[in-house]
Ligand binder design. Sequence first.
Ligand SMILES: Cc1cc2nc3c(=O)[nH]c(=O)nc-3n(C[C@H](O)[C@H](O)[C@H](O)COP(=O)(O)OP(=O)(O)OC[C@H]3O[C@@H](n4cnc5c(N)ncnc54)[C@H](O)[C@@H]3O)c2cc1C
Length: 329
Amino acid sequence: MTGANIDTSNQPSYDVIVIGGGAGGLNAALVLARARRTVAVVDSGEPRNAPSAHMHSFLSRDGVPPLTVLEAGRAEISRYGVVRIDGRADQVEAAEAGGYVVRLEGGATLDARHVVLATGLRDELPEIPGVRAMWGEDVHFCPYCHGYEVRDRPIVVLGVHPASPGQALLLRQWSPHIVYVPHSRPLTDEERERMDARGVEVVEGPVSTLLSKDGRLHTVELADGRTVECAGVFLFPAMTPNDGAFDGLGCEKDEQGWLVTDRSGRTSRPGLWAVGNVTDSRAQAVTAAGMGAAAAFALNHDLVDEEIERDLAAHRAAAGRSGASVPMC
Ligand SMILES: Cc1cc2nc3c(=O)[nH]c(=O)nc-3n(C[C@H](O)[C@H](O)[C@H](O)COP(=O)(O)OP(=O)(O)OC[C@H]3O[C@@H](n4cnc5c(N)ncnc54)[C@H](O)[C@@H]3O)c2cc1C
């Protein structure tokens, strides 16, 4: 059943349903399956880093295409019997008998004792011609992922977000040739002074288009016709968590609207977990994978605790019936 679109109308209950099959979700599923839990992963197959040809800063996988890494992960979880369902989970609801019902797009439902949300986030890109086409190739946001590839070369940072000036100052670590264009986000005097101090050139915007040749970026063109040649553009997108499946369940969120979890990925509602970019926009792929593993550990412990309580109650009931005395703790 792995990997195929399957008929989910008569699925058995799972210990855990993982929604999202990126690095976070797959690693959670791997650890849970190896803990002999029944696990299903529902995944709509659009990991955030898919536009990039190569993934970096993931030990032992540096420079490997992101989808190759995920294919390997899918094969690994399949070996342990994890059921993979290609599709989208629309909503999670509390089940009357305890646990949760996961409602899939199209109407089928699955039920599980616990649910891990690993659905990542959406990057909202500025509507500048060329940005979307070159996103992940020559237009980036994360210096730790793609800064090294344009080290020492000319880089333009587009000012489109409150974090953009900090991004330009950070990128100075990778190249001495940083140009900051305050496209829609003017600099304060203090920020301008910092740019000067760090040798970041400021070229007043706005930007009209990114120009490419043979699919590769070479120039940023400004609205007044001036141009800045560059090997890479960095911008800080607005980021929105894909957490709609948990709407209505009352999970606590922080002031910015992101799900609050403990260090193991527990949300404020028992049985619901969140890992990776859906709860932490800064998580790189390796971090998301680690969050998935940490949640799987804690989740399995919670299930074992529930099972001990259940077995203890049954044991005491049986002992009571037979008249044997059971030591109470
Ligand atoms: C262009 C780009 C390049 C990057 N390069 C790197 C890099 O080189 N190195 C690095 O470490 N990090 C990189 N990152 C960051 C990396 O993408 C994230 O750290 C990583 O994807 C987070 O993993 P995740 O499992 O939380 O989410 P994702 O990988 O985004 O996976 C989420 C999965 O959930 C699925 N999903 C979403 N909603 C639903 C739903 N309702 N039902 C079912 N499935 C759903 C999605 O289709 C997706 O498959 C890059 C990011 C971008 C944007």
